[in-house]
Design a binder for this molecule. Structure first.
Ligand code: BGC
Length: 516
């Protein structure tokens, strides 16, 4: 994509001299492949868990029920073991991210991405070669560790290395890769479903491609100036800054990072520091964004799209086909976000999407309520197409709002001193709630039936109101100036920050106050 595609008007507000250099674009493309792996893992499980060969080998009970005609349409796949296969990755990831917080802070963003790549490679080998359930689950856990490390380091890397005025667009490359990973996984499943009896092995093994891409990418990129300077490598940090900004005139940005890093150094316990009053706005926003992102219901669709479409009466093939369609919509709509996030801003995207997601979910609930009963799936061709269309409407709005912004906003709002700890909390809460949905969805579908979509639509209303009142706009604000330009200006959050500034001069004083 040409660099010009990202640029916005010069009046954007960034004070720093920065060109959109090839090295920044290339580094971002390479680092963002961490998202590819995450997406592939999200996308692959739904298809694999509906393959007969896989079920016969690892979950014979589910296989038996799947082929029993007496089982309710909404309950065929309700099995805790099967859900654990999907979920173990998220449990591992949410634990691993706390270790990753240590490595991103002390070893750097780049090395943390490399560690993620190695986890991924070993996990893929175990999964592809799995002989029994424990081997399968251990492989999945290692993949989870990879996700914990990658999702910790990649969004931070992107937000720090990007010039302010295109930071949103570059950060969303991560989410673009997530969506490409999901689509790639659906396509793979579509093909491997026809290969007996080892198609599922191929599905799980092809995760090796994104795993290798991330590993090689991490070996090639330079670390961010913020991380280098934070770790005391000042000259190197300045040299990198000049290189990535394409100018010798980096003093103002360098000094700002230096100041942020001086403050960061005074912080001995990043997680404890995160709980300080002045860090609360970012923390609360980060936590809520993750909970809300998952309660849009996106993963109910993503993990289980093939299972869901099967339940709705599509044949196995058509089910994967539909998953491919939603996957493609997901990718294309993410591009819309890359283009618009630094122009119209974060809030507009989230609010527009709220309306669109709400309407599509309500319509799906009504159609399913009227047309799909427990034992007959007479949705009919017309209605089936209509449901797929509504699912696409839902996915597209998620893809230009909560999908990318759930990762972007936390990675750009925390100050350097709490950035890696804050990102850990972000990843942890994200994966925790991804886990909750993955573990509960099939049971919820079985009990709430079509009402599950009404359930998620109610959450969409809640999150949109939250955005309206509590989410400040962060478009075009330099990353180390959020406290001054965003939080201190916000009608509600300023009360958490203001007292610090009154007593001393700026963030330095804030730290002194924070220390016991
Ligand atoms: C979410 C994932 C989701 C994906 C869908 C990501 O931002 O964190 O949970 O599966 O978007 O595209």
């Amino acid at each position: 994509m040409p660099a010009a595609g990202f640029s916005v008007s010069a009046s954007a507000g960034s004070e720093f001299d920065a060109k959109i250099t090839p090295i920044v674009i290339i580094s971002c493309f390479m680092a963002a492949t961490g998202g590819l792996m995450f997406g592939y893992d999200v996308g692959i499980s739904g298809g694999v868990t509906s393959m007969d060969d896989f079920l016969i080998k690892f979950f014979p009970e589910v296989y038996r029920r799947k082929h029993e005609t007496t089982e309710s349409n909404y309950c065929k796949y309700d099995n805790q073991g099967l859900q654990l296969f999907t979920s173990s990755l998220y449990l591992a990831g949410l634990t691993a991210t706390f270790f990753a917080s240590y490595t991103t802070r002390n070893l750097g963003r780049r090395l943390t991405m490399l560690i993620a790549g190695v986890f991924f490679i070993v996990g893929v080998i175990l999964n592809g070669a799995a002989q029994d359930l424990p081997m399968l689950i251990v492989g999945r856990i290692l993949l989870g560790c990879g996700v914990g490390f990658a999702n910790q380091a990649v969004p931070l890397f992107l937000s720090e290395i990007a010039p302010t005025r295109i930071r949103g667009g570059l950060n969303i490359l991560f989410q673009l890769n997530v969506t490409i990973g999901i689509l790639f996984a659906s396509l793979v499943n579509y093909g491997t479903d026809k290969i007996h009896p080892w198609g599922w092995r191929l599905s799980l093994s092809l995760a090796g491609i994104p795993a290798l891409l991330l590993t090689v990418g991490a070996l090639l990129v330079v670390d961010t100036p913020n991380s280098l300077i934070e770790r005391g490598r000042l000259e190197e940090g300045k040299a990198v800054l000049k290189k990535i900004r394409g100018t010798e005139n980096v003093e103002p940005e360098y000094n700002e990072i230096l100041e942020a890093s001086r403050i960061a150094h005074q912080v001995k316990h990043p997680f404890r520091n995160l709980l300080q009053r002045r860090n609360r706005p970012q923390l609360i926003i980060a936590i809520f964004l993750q909970i809300f992102q998952q309660f849009t219901g996106i993963n109910a669709i993503m993990f289980y799209a093939p299972v869901l479409f099967n339940t709705l009466g599509f044949k196995s093939d058509a089910a994967l086909y539909s998953a491919v369609i939603t996957g493609a919509v997901n990718v294309l709509s993410t591009v819309v976000s890359i283009y618009s996030v630094d122009r119209v801003g974060r809030r507009v995207l989230l609010l527009e999407a709220g309306v669109q997601m709400f309407l599509s979910q309500v319509v799906i609930a009504v159609v399913l309520g009227l047309k799909v009963s427990d034992h007959s799936d007479n949705l009919g061709r017309g209605y089936a197409i209509f449901v797929v269309l509504m699912v696409c409407t839902f996915v597209s709005s998620f893809a230009w709002s909560w999908g990318p912004l759930g990762w972007l906003i936390p990675s750009e709002t925390f100050p350097l001193e709490t950035r890696s700890a804050g990102q850990s909390v972000t990843v942890c809460v994200n994966l925790l709630f991804t886990f909750v949905i993955a573990q509960a969805f099939l049971s919820m579908l079985c009990h709430l039936k079509y009402g599950i979509f009404a359930f998620f639509s109610a959450w969409v209303v809640v999150m949109s109101v939250f955005v309206l009142f509590f989410l400040p706009e962060t478009k075009n604000v330099p990353i180390e100036e959020m406290a001054e330009k965003v939080w201190k200006q916000h009608w509600f959050w300023k009360r958490f920050i203001a007292d610090d500034g009154d007593k001393t001069n700026g963030a330095d004083g804030a730290v002194k106050l924070a220390r016991p």
